[in-house]
Every structure is written in structure tokens, then in C-alpha cells.
Design a protein. Sequence first.
Length: 196
Amino acid sequence: MVVIQNMNSKILYLHGFASSSLSDKAQQTTAYFQQHYPHIDYVALDLPYEPAAALTLIKQHIGQQRNVALIGSSLGGFLATCIAEQIECRACLINPAVAPHTVLDKHLGRYYHPVLQQHYDVTSAQMSQLQQMMPITLQKPENYLLLLQSGDEVLDYRLALEYYKGATIKLSEGGDHSYVGYANELDAIANFCQLA
């Protein structure tokens, strides 16, 4: 386990679509950093459903800070990639969404989030935002750690293998979209963040 000592370090956890800071992975990550790195400025965000608004909120939390690492799951992995490409920080991605507009455009409509207790809309305008936000190619694939499971029933892991070529990739056979055994990867995630 790396010793992360810089008091000015910041780690943001970005949840996936229709999820929140109360998800299992978010809660496991929060507990881990509170226990092992209580001096780190760690935040699990609750992201708006509008992609552009989500990026704005992430940037607000980063501010002028440059010693930043991101942890993103699914759609949060896509958003983490957008930010990491802009500020050249490290990002740990769990079953990340690649070209999420091609997946979510099959789920347009109004939904109710039971955790956040609010309605939200998935619109074609948001799909256009996602498409425009997607980096065509990665400038520094070495900035990424990918945790993929071949049993992901929501996203095709092979798209991530291709898009993140050159990144540090751990592909596990089986599993599912939630990433079975995620808690066992937290030491590796912290090591990759290396905010010392």
C-alpha cells in the first residue's frame, strides 16, 4: 500500500448512470479512504443527470487543484476520462462506458431515482452532449487504470480494451457490470492514484 501524504491531494469518486454516492462501490471506496488515508481530500460526488452539468460540478470540486485523481464507475468512468484528458490527471475506471450515447439512447424517457428521490429525464439532447464530450483518442493512456470484467451484462468490455489501449488494464473473467469483488481492488486503486 502506497503512503499518500500530500495534504493537498484530492480524490473524487464518480458514480455511474442512475447511481449515487450511496451505491455499494461508492460506500466501499469512501470507507476505504477514510480508514487508510483520512488526510486526503476525498469526495464521492452526487452527479447531475445532465452530462454538461456533471462535468461542471466535477470541475468546481477540482478548482485550481492539480494533484488530483479520479475514480469512475461506468458512466462515471466516461466523465473521469473527459476530465483526465483536460487536466492530465490519473483516473481509475471500473467497467467504464465507452461512447455512452450509443447505449443510453435506447433508454430515453423519464425515470425515478429511489435513492435520490427525484425524477430525471434521459433525452436525445443529452446523448448529443455525450457524443460531443467524448475524446476521440487518449493523449496519455498511461494515466488510466482499467478494471474490467468480461461478464459485464451492460457494456461490452472489448470496446474499453480497444479505446484504452496502452493503459494499465486488469481484465477478470466473469463478474458483472457492478464489478464483483471490487473491495479487493481498492489497494491497487490507491497505489495507482499515487498522490504522494
